[in-house]
Ligand binder design. Structure first.
Ligand code: UGA
Length: 456
């Protein structure tokens, strides 16, 4: 089948590459000439395990093409994916301007029937807006509705995770298709046939339900995390160990082990944005979402947790606001391991590390940071600052620092040489936002260890 994908970000590129790899002809369109030039040279704009070889292979074999020519893209495929970004508006609602711009572009150039597929995460009701945009433009272009090319708008949300996007996309848990058109359903089934071989994964529903499914899934996962972080805070106060509690509850199959890892707060480009957007959608229809507001509030305070441990360590009598106001950490250097919002990505959007570093800088401290993949991204975000050292190895980050904070659970952080660490750090103190180490082991090693939901 011939497929066009508008928007070569995370979702669009992975989806386009995987569809091409399954044998479809895919044309990827983006407004960013630089991105397209790079992709044509085999330079992938994101770090995602397994992606570059798939892009290279399918590009070389001619099933995957990249262009900035929107008109060409519209005429290329009967299936037109919209996979452009929906950044949060100033008030937190999803900004649809890019999505609607693509809809307008499709309507401006289409001369044959099209299935327009919303792949971006868009609020309930967006398909109606896309439908209205295309109808308006077609009404301007054609005198009678009979002479207009036919189209149908489908909601087909994406559920891939950064870091495992390729395998999530190749082997999806489910493929949600929101449509009221039998013709569109049939084409979508044909498109996804290569991914639906062994057992039925396609779930067809109405468009609005498909749109809400995406938000409900992300908000449910974010809720699990904030719930667990709240339990961790309670565990800490009552002297319980959240890691034991996690095993105790996860073994109930109704709860399950996934997404109940306590930590320093969820980040990334999805959960914070989507929870906020659903709160806004609810507010706009006069329904106050109490749970989602609490999920956001818990996450906000959890991201301050690591800084609070540092304050507690040095100034148990001061609250963390006072530490900032007095610049009490002047002269201190803090080693930070992990800048990405989670392992196997270089993405630092909404990462807990950023909240921590901002507080440290406000309180007068210097940071020596290391991340296996995000060093370039950190350089891009922060440029050259006197109070940030971007170090080449995890050991270099420790050298001469006063204590270590761990923000991301990279595999390479899980079994460090503790004796070497102690020799490099000024003080044997670890603040661990991901509960990587055993509390008793840290005691044996003579390391002062702060972690989430476990009393030191
Ligand atoms: C998330 C969803 O998991 C995907 O299903 C969805 O398709 C995607 O958003 C999206 O909407 O595009 P992603 O943002 O890549 O994927 O990352 P996750 O693996 O879900 O992790 C999100 C955050 O939650 C990370 O900061 C992670 O550290 C945190 N987390 C996750 C926890 O703190 N505890 C856990 O138990 C799990």
């Amino acid at each position: 089948m011939k497929v066009t994908v508008f928007g070569i970000g995370y979702v669009g590129l992975v989806q386009g590459a995987i569809l091409a790899d399954a044998g479809h002809d895919v044309c990827c369109i983006d407004v960013d000439q630089n991105k397209i030039d790079n992709l044509q040279k085999g330079i992938i704009p994101i770090y995602e395990p397994g992606l570059s070889s798939i892009v290279e292979k399918n590009y070389a074999e001619g099933r995957l093409t990249f262009s900035t020519n929107a008109e060409f893209g519209v005429n290329f495929g009967e299936l037109q994916f919209i996979a452009v970004g929906t950044p949060p508006d100033e008030d937190g609602s999803a900004d649809l301007k890019y999505v609607l711009k693509v809809a307008e572009t499709i309507a401006t150039h289409m001369n044959s029937s099209k299935i327009v597929i919303d792949k971006s995460t868009v609020p309930v009701g967006t398909a109606d807006k896309v439908q209205a945009m295309i109808t308006n433009v077609l009404n301007e272009r054609f005198l009678s509705s009979e002479s207009q090319p036919k189209f149908s708008v489908v909601s087909n949300p994406e559920f891939l995770k950064e870091g495992s996007a390729v395998s999530d996309c190749k082997r999806p848990d489910r493929i949600v298709i929101g449509t009221d058109s039998e013709y569109a359903e049939d084409l979508m089934r044909e498109l996804y046939e290569p991914f639906n071989r062994n057992h039925e994964k396609i779930i067809v529903m109405d468009v609005k339900s498909a749109e809400l499914t995406k938000y409900a899934a992300n908000c449910m996962l974010a809720t699990k995390i904030s719930f667990m972080n709240e339990m961790a805070n309670i565990a800490e106060k009552v002297g319980a160990d959240i890691e034991q509690v996690r095993q105790g509850i996860g073994s109930d199959s109704r709860i399950g082990f996934q997404f109940i890892y306590p930590g320093c707060g969820y980040g990334g480009s999805c959960f914070p944005k989507d929870v906020q957007a659903l709160v806004k959608t609810s507010d706009a229809i006069g329904y106050e979402s109490q749970i989602l507001k609490a999920v956001e509030a818990v996450n906000y305070s959890q991201k301050n947790k690591l800084f609070e441990y540092i304050c507690q360590h040095y100034f148990p009598e001061l609250n963390h606001q006072a530490v900032i106001e007095n610049k009490s950490l002047s002269g201190k250097t803090v080693a930070v391991w992990g800048l990405a919002f989670k392992p196997n990505t270089d993405d630092m959007r909404e990462a807990p590390s950023r909240v921590l570093m901002d507080s440290l800088w406000q309180a007068g401290a210097k940071v020596q940071a290391f991340d296996p993949e995000s060093m370039e991204e950190a350089q891009r975000i922060y440029g050259n600052r006197n109070d940030l050292g971007l170090m080449g190895t995890k050991e270099a980050a420790l050298n001469g620092a006063d204590l270590l904070v761990i923000c991301t659970e990279w595999q390479s952080f899980k079994a460090p040489d503790f004796d070497n660490m102690k020799s490099l750090l000024n003080e044997a103190v670890i603040v661990d936002g991901r509960n990587l180490f055993n509390v008793q082991r840290m005691q044996q090693k003579g390391i002062k260890y702060y972690s989430i939901g476990r009393t030191p």
